[in-house]
Design a protein around this ligand. Sequence first.
Ligand code: KE4
Length: 425
Amino acid sequence: MTNETMFARAQRVIPGGVNSPVRAFGAVGGTPRFFERAAGAYLWDVEGRRYIDYVGSWGPMVLGHTHPAVVAAIQAAAARALSFGAPTEAETLLAERLCELVPSIERVRLVSSGTEATMTAIRLARGFTGRKIIVKFEGCYHGHADALLVKAGSGALTFGHPSSAGVPEETAAHTLVLSYNDAEALGAAFARQGAQIAAVIVEPVAGNMNLVLPAPGFLQALREHCSRHGALLIFDEVMTGFRVALGGAQAQYDIRPDLTTLGKVIGGGLPLGALGGRRDIMEKLAPLGPVYQAGTLSGNPLAVAAGLATLQLVVQPRLLERIAATATALTEALVAEARKAGVAFSAQSIGSMFGLYFREAPPKSFTEVMQSDRARFNRFFHAMLGQGVYLAPSAYEAGFVSAAHGEAEVAATLEAARKAFREIG
Ligand code: KE4
């Protein structure tokens, strides 16, 4: 049984052999690794090879894989029930926890994915304001709801065009796509259509065009324009929540959004997302209000148990700071290794997220991201994979460090990078 034979077999029954496109290695080439076991900072593939994992299931595994306390919580919940489709105390406990950790969240609705959370946030914003236009930013990803699979032709102010087949032009037409960090374009959009804008949805720290930090004042400008024009500010913290800081990027940058979407970490690796925010907005959701939203497995007992156990550990004093220090040490050492090898490379981290760039300096916009040397990243990716280091299989994804990544994992990663930088030359 090899990764190749597993991939060939999967492709006979699953489109592209994967259940989420980025997993297919389409961006980097080669054969995806089929994993069968994980523990701490490590993954093992079907050929028995071990990898240091910097994907962490795209964010959820902030404690490291199969943390004993999380596994035990899931096992205990499973022994009682797998699903009720009825309210449980655990859902209230998780909702209370989220309201406590993210003060802008006064009411919260649990769902089963980040996409469900952002899809609902858009519908709720439109229902609350009675307006249609949604503003998003090119390079930001908010899941695959129709209204959000839209991007501009350029980075300029423009009405969106679908970036996926199957999204009607009429749907895309209500999505305005701007350039991330371009406060001028933002001001122009509000000046022209502020009264028709229902909401702005943003990754307060962008992690889906690789890692791009908000420019000084950008998030504040979003908050001011939304407040002035009666539009809602939605922080999509599905990735940044409990990764950038305990209270999310909103705590790090001291901005109070009207709505926040969460996912990944709050499910501890099980399917769970959340939409939360101002009480007056959230209470427009059914059954209290006219905006419908529902889900058979929303608040699933096992996912909620995993999320509660994870958050119980994440709030431990200095845990996130310790993981952030590991991410900083890793990125700084990688930059030093690249410099020794004469490779044009930069890197940065924020909390436990990091970005690696084959360009002289970290990008500050989608345009600068696209100027990175993608071919060189792909060669670096495979050189690292061959030495047992699993990076995100795309130049346009952020990486993640966990509490289980220690000095040994960082040292082994640097040893592999030393060789990889020389190999790609
Ligand atoms: P999910 O529906 O995949 O749970 O969440 C969608 C989503 C929403 N918002 C943000 C900021 C996100 O990063 C995501 C999902 N992130 C990707 C990683 N870039 C998930 C990986 C994948 O699509 O397989």
